[in-house]
Design a protein around this ligand. Sequence first.
Ligand SMILES: C[S@@+](CC[C@H](N)C(=O)[O-])C[C@H]1O[C@@H](n2cnc3c(N)ncnc32)[C@H](O)[C@@H]1O
Length: 232
Amino acid sequence: MDDLDGRKALIKALRLKKGRILDVGMGDCGCISFFLAKRGFNVVGIDYSTNAVHDSKKDAEKTKFKGSFEARLANAENLPFEDKEFDAVSAYHSMHHMENLESVVFEMFRVCKTGGFILISDLHEKGRKAYEHEDDKGEFLRKLEKLLSKYTNSIRKIKTKHNMIFICKKARTGCKGKGVSMVLPKDQLTNMILKKAYELYEKSGCKPGHDIDNWMQAERIIKRKILKMKEV
Ligand SMILES: C[S@@+](CC[C@H](N)C(=O)[O-])C[C@H]1O[C@@H](n2cnc3c(N)ncnc32)[C@H](O)[C@@H]1O
């Protein structure tokens, strides 16, 4: 797609000068992948279309990169990479092609380093019109934003002529509360504290099984306190 302002805005949003970037759904021209590799990034582009991988590999042979480019055949729903391998993960005009958006977003956050960026650019209503996509009244972008907000509370949005760019920072998963600051997701923290509470309860002579009302009340209080904690 010929959309230079969108690509430039994406680079600007990235706020990095070098690093390893995964481009999800790079397409057959490797457009944003090439754009990033030419600017010095080490880019791995993935696509589940053999043609896209073949064509972008061929184009890469004729292109000069300041950084590097590698094309791989892979499904974005199940990325063949370790956790936290990349400084940033991008998806440019590809998210609206993904069948299982939830798995793709999960995978993008998984392979991104803590403190790294997930950059998604997709067509907004005007862009959809310009590229002759069906008008969805902004439904796709709303769904995407809701999904992203499950993984981070740091989302910045930039609107360009055709795109909405989401710049998401992958934060440490953890909880911060009065006297507690743990690098653990809330559900793990809840289980850990409840296990400890159960042990203490037993030691005090009251057994949760025997004193069920008290135990349930204690459990409710602990869960409420954890829910009130802020994820960091
Ligand atoms: C519009 S093209 C991508 C454009 C490209 N990113 C650019 O910079 O112009 C969308 C691409 O997403 C790919 N795609 C769709 N679903 C995918 C999935 N689950 N895994 C990997 N690639 C996928 C398609 O094969 C297609 O090449």
